[in-house]
Design a protein around this ligand. Sequence first.
Ligand code: AMP
Length: 362
Amino acid sequence: MTRVKSLQAGAVIGIVGGGQLGRMLALAAFPLGYKVRIFEPESHCPASLVTPFHTCANYEDDKALIEFAKSCDVVTFEFENIPLGAAALIEKHAQLFPSSKALELTQDRLVEKEFIRSLGLKVAPYRSVHNFEELNYAISKIGPKGILKARMLGYDGKGQALVNGQGDAASAWQEIAAKPAVFEALVEFEFETSAIIARGQNGQVLHFPNSQNFHKGGILRKSIVPAPMSEQQFIEAQNIAHTVAEALKYVGVMAVELFVTKSGLVVNEIAPRVHNSGHWTIEGCKTSQFAAHIHAICGLSLGDASLCANAIEMDNLLGDEILNAHELLAEPNIYAHIYGKEEVRRGRKMGHVTRLKNEPLC
Ligand code: AMP
């Protein structure tokens, strides 16, 4: 493996996006002596509460983007919907990990699916849809049960509409505001999992244990570890993540969301960042997904993803569920993470709790 020059303590890590993922990345960077600068248009964001360095500007502000990039030794991002122009500008003036190529391939669901398929991996049958007629045609070809997903800017089930027969086409088309979309078949899965992988600048990889993920209304509610998968399924999940990471020459942590079906694993989507279904790794693994990402982008050895407990459960705290978070601490082996968002909104990710359910191993 080629040797990589690692960043010394005191170096500045730039994080584009100041939400909870940026905050948890920053918290993982501090023990290594790094400073963190956030680029985030909102002034009161979760990450700005943990670091004094915050470039509060819009993604269209080229001058601010250039100054931000020049003030950082390495830049990363916490979400994939950064305008590509902004990412390219940062990449011109700083080392950006993962690269803007990973963003380009994951921002548009159609491009993403074609990329996944080009790697020989399985996705749900789909068709590209630009207008209502094409949606009707797609339903007639794919089958009556499916999901219409806007190609751009969708997350946590947003920009999606469930279709249960041709009769739903008009309302679904309206629901996604008549935007370019993909119509994909509803996958009959046994359960959902995600393959989380870290890849270093020298090609070293670290696989995190798989969790079983439970969604409601498109939003992750709970992850449990270990996932009820056979050895063969674990290996298949790791191979899929490895194939994608290698194809992108990816640096950092990436999650591949998977449907486990009777006939094998089907890729739902790729998240080119740390992932909600990996939050349990903070207490549940010797090296968390956040620490592994910081290690990867700073040229350090990736760490150790071995488990610290026999059974782990992570619950998202959505909306006003956050109000009970401190009471949950009465249980043994429970850890709360409250993101510091000022406004409590229905369905908004406000925090999470992780339970180490059996005897901790480390
Ligand atoms: P996404 O925004 O694509 O990650 O979708 C959010 C959630 O919706 C997934 O985690 C699944 O629970 C569900 N979902 C998305 N696409 C499909 C599909 N083709 N078949 C069944 N469930 C799906």
